[in-house]
Design a binder for this molecule. Structure first.
Ligand SMILES: [Zn+2]
Length: 189
């Protein structure tokens, strides 16, 4: 348990330092056991969280420790309920991928990380952050994929481990940056 909590803190620091999240945005969770997840708190920057800040919740959303979980806790729980095979979720508003999410351009799945099942990353239409609608749509939209773009909002990456979900989030942001550069250069006459 303590191991998972320290891994969440490490992952949160990494994605903050890489600029994938800023301010108080983004959230990270990991399974502690079959029915309990550990998740980052609401209204706190992911930079330099303390062990006490991490909140434990059961799959019904009941808090098992003090503190308030991320406002996206429902989304995390819905995904864990649908995807029994995963143990970690990283949600960012990384600038390039999120920029694409505010545009009509899709993000291609580039070579370099995991299997390419579809040419483009899956995405779902906008739902209010923190809402049950977003939670349900995100869990459905993810299907068997490991990345989901939330239109006009951000990115979800999942994995067997936090390290895997974190690496994927970094890869997706780098891929989006590459594609942004290519689109920009190609648009110059
Ligand atoms: Zn968000």
């Amino acid at each position: 348990m303590v191991e998972n909590v320290s891994k969440i803190i490490e992952c949160s620091n990494n994605i903050f330092n890489k600029g994938l999240v800023s301010g108080k945005a983004g959230n990270v969770s990991a399974k502690v056991d079959e029915n309990i997840i550990a998740i980052t708190p609401t209204l706190k920057s992911l930079n330099n969280l303390k062990e006490d800040d991490i909140v434990l919740v059961d799959l019904d959303g009941n808090c098992l420790t003090k503190g308030k979980p991320s406002s996206e806790v429902k989304m995390h729980l819905e995904i864990y309920k649908k995807r029994k095979d995963i143990n970690a979720i990283v949600h960012t508003h990384s600038p390039y991928a999120t920029g694409f999410s505010f545009s009509n351009k899709k993000i291609k799945r580039l070579e370099g990380f995991g299997q390419i099942n579809n040419e483009y990353l899956s995405s779902i239409e906008y739902e209010k952050p923190g809402s049950s609608e977003l939670a349900i749509k995100a869990a459905e939209g993810l299907g068997s994929e490991d990345v989901l773009i939330l239109k006009n909002h951000g990115v979800i990456c999942i994995g067997d481990t936090l390290k895997e979900a974190e690496s994927l989030a970094i890869f997706i942001e780098e891929s989006s940056k590459t594609q942004f550069i290519a689109l920009t250069l190609n648009s110059i006459k």
